[in-house]
Design a protein around this ligand. Structure first.
Ligand code: NAD
Ligand code: MG
Length: 394
């Protein structure tokens, strides 16, 4: 068995820490080549002491200085900073596997660097794919990178497909993808009650422990909207072939329906270490530290249709994908700005879709002809979204 050399982008986050926990269990299989983080130097220093990477990168330059000071006694760990540092370690020839677990559009450039360098890319950073869609998938095809989905639903779908037909569902006899959703913490809330929910309530997900941004996305159902787009790109399918099923127990992580009527489901405890271990070891299986599934304790599964009235983000995402071009990048940027404002106490929960819809209306859609176009549109949409938020608060 060849030992894999792994770079973890977003090492201090929820996915990053789960990834390192799986790696910790298999020192014979995995070595850490580089760790990266945004601003949290103290946490990063602790991870560096344990995993002894060759490189440690902080996106923020002050945080990089602080990290270097904290690691003076370990001069063999080289500290880098900024997007250039992130892209350098993502593409470095010494690593063969890159976990893309930076949150949001900030992850696109380093994830793309890993793709272009032909790595095994474990994709958690769904925003990167949503923003750049076809360009991203074309880059994967050109470089021969091995793109493995880590988002639990997409990893489930991947596991329910024949490995050689992941990008040709029709040839595989696949008729539908059943994308499951927990429904988030506000699934049963009235439209009226939704208006007054707080960031703390939004971040308290009933089944999953995740970073703040994706927790809010789960509460608005934007997460499912982003995942619908993600599924269409990863599995080369149309949105009509993907049906969202709200399944509050979060035990079935998604399903694939075949022409003969078979429906294959992947199940497990809601713990991201399962899809992470699947991606790290694929096509082998390794222990992930996940509690075994106790179906007697769970007892029942439930399914319902998503409510697009109370949760308009799902509709907005589907519409942006149908519009195509730069619209999904605008949707994503507006969502990031609106979610940050909500977390900051500057925007109401139900105003999140309002800001996204207005930003989409105020930003011209163009053809997504290059990554530069995507980055420019992302910046423009952020500007528009901030304007819309200030208009709302006067
Ligand atoms: P998180 O907020 O817990 O962690 C984000 C990581 O990215 C941190 O290490 C942070 O330092 C780093 N980061 C943030 N801003 C950065 C910047 N500007 N430049 C460089 N690094 C930066 O987020 P998370 O919950 O771990 O999610 C990470 C990604 O995985 C997201 O795209 C999310 O949608 C996806 N995902 C997460 C889960 C989950 O269970 N947490 C499940 C599926 C998909
Ligand atoms: Mg998911």
């Amino acid at each position: 068995m060849r030992q894999r050399s792994v770079t973890v982008l977003g090492a201090t986050g929820s996915i990053g820490l789960s990834t390192l926990d799986v790696i910790r269990r298999h020192p014979d299989r995995f070595a850490v080549y580089a760790l990266t983080a945004g601003t949290r130097a103290a946490e990063m220093a602790g991870l560096c002491r344990e995993f002894r990477p060759v490189f440690a990168v902080m996106a923020d330059s002050d945080a990089a200085r602080e990290l270097a000071e904290r690691l003076v006694d370990l001069p063999e760990i080289e500290v880098l900073s900024g997007e250039a540092g992130l892209c350098q370690v993502a593409a470095a020839s010494e690593a063969d596997t890159v976990m893309a677990a930076i949150v949001g559009a900030a992850g696109l450039a380093p994830t793309l660097a890993a793709v272009r360098a032909g790595k095994r890319v474990l994709l958690a950073n769904k925003e990167a794919l949503v923003m750049s869609g076809k360009l991203f998938m074309d880059a994967v095809a050109e470089s021969g990178a091995e793109l493995l989905p880590i988002d639990s639903e997409h990893n489930a779908i991947f596991q329910c497909m024949p490995a050689d037909k992941v990008r040709s569902p029709v040839a595989a006899g696949i008729t539908r993808i059943l994308l499951t959703a927990s429904g988030g913490p506000f699934r049963t809330f009235s439209a009226d009650r939704l208006r007054s929910v707080t960031p703390a309530e939004a971040c308290a997900h009933p089944n999953w422990s995740m970073g703040q941004k994706i927790s809010v996305d789960s509460a608005t159902l934007m997460n499912k909207g982003l995942e619908l787009i993600e599924a269409c790109w990863l599995f080369n399918t149309s949105p009509e072939q993907v049906e969202v099923h709200v399944h509050p127990e979060s035990i079935i992580h998604s399903m694939v329906e075949y022409a003969d009527g078979s429906v294959l489901a992947q199940m497990g405890s809601p713990d991201m270490r399962t899809p992470i271990a699947n991606g790290l070891a694929w096509p082998e299986r390794i222990a992930a530290g996940v509690a075994p599934l106790d179906l007697f304790a769970i007892g029942r599964f439930h399914f319902e249709r998503p409510d697009r009235q109370r949760f308009p983000c799902l509709r907005l995402a589907a519409e942006a994908f149908a519009t195509g071009g730069t619209a999904p990048a605008v949707l994503n940027a507006a969502n990031e700005i609106a979610v940050a404002a909500f977390l900051d106490g500057k925007l109401g929960f139900t105003d999140i879709p309002v800001i996204i819809e207005r930003t989409l209306a105020a930003t011209e859609v163009s053809e997504a002809d290059s990554f530069d176009t995507i980055f420019v549109k992302d910046a423009e949409a952020r500007e528009r979204a901030r304007e819309q938020i200030s208009l709302l608060s006067v």
